[in-house]
Design a protein around this ligand. Sequence first.
Ligand SMILES: [Zn+2]
Ligand SMILES: [Zn+2]
Ligand SMILES: [Zn+2]
Ligand SMILES: [Zn+2]
Length: 308
Amino acid sequence: MTPGGGTYEGIIGSHNDNADYDIAPESIETRASPHRKISALNGVNRGVAANSAVHELLECPICLNEMYPPIHQCPNGHTLCSKCQSKIRCCPICRHELGNIRCLALERVAESLELPCRYQNLGCQDIFPYNIRLRHEQSCRFRPYNCPYAGAECPMTGDIPFLVAHLKSDHKVDMHDGCTFNHRYVKSNTQDVENATWMLTVFNCYGYQFCLHFEAFNIGTAPVYMAFIRFMGDDQDARKFSYTLEVGANGRKMTWQGVPRSIRDSHLKVRDSMDGLIIQRNLAMFFSGGNRQELKLKVAGRIWKEQA
Ligand SMILES: [Zn+2]
Ligand SMILES: [Zn+2]
Ligand SMILES: [Zn+2]
Ligand SMILES: [Zn+2]
């Protein structure tokens, strides 16, 4: 296999424009901020005090989640959320058959409430009408991040310092300081691409953490290796950085320049959008040198901050 052939140019060329990069929609948080002003202006006269008695009223007795309109009740007035109502036939409290009765009074109480974001203890200061709050919370910039470790579905969530400590202690991830790196990947069984092979290394630079992912998988039936960088933080900060990755040998070199993806984008989403350095196996073997039994790839890279 001769490197630098048209196929590779085609692959690289088609991704240089970052066409697959999904730009996060304008955050609901920004759009929702007027609600805070409304509540500040009218807060005293408007709405029902969000005291604990009201909270108890709005807790579904079955799933213990907060109830949002439509809220249901049994003929005796025991309330429950619409999800639970669709799953059971009899009231869990009085055993009466449920039917399809709404509890409009409680729905109106819910609609009149204004509550702080559930991530208040993580730093979110915003206050929202009851039914808008849920939507805000799904994109609140203070919401916890998922663990960026790929390979196992790790349920851990938290803020960045917590996740960095977690990667170090629970996933034994290598941590490096500095914005340039030269990483060597060695893999003995090169035929074994189907069993997703992956490696994660974390770099500390500019006061942030960057995840360098390296993995093997198939595109269709073609085995490839892929390296890409994710940013441990939100997309708006991720976009302030660029990076390059390089792999080569024997006078040939492949270079990828990209923008780190926020870890808000799942590992799989980034991989499937092919937003990174993709090396077909034949070329990887060529760069690897020696016999074809072992893969030895040296990936060099650099992260830098774009001028604002
Ligand atoms: Zn429920
Ligand atoms: Zn009942
Ligand atoms: Zn929030
Ligand atoms: Zn984890």
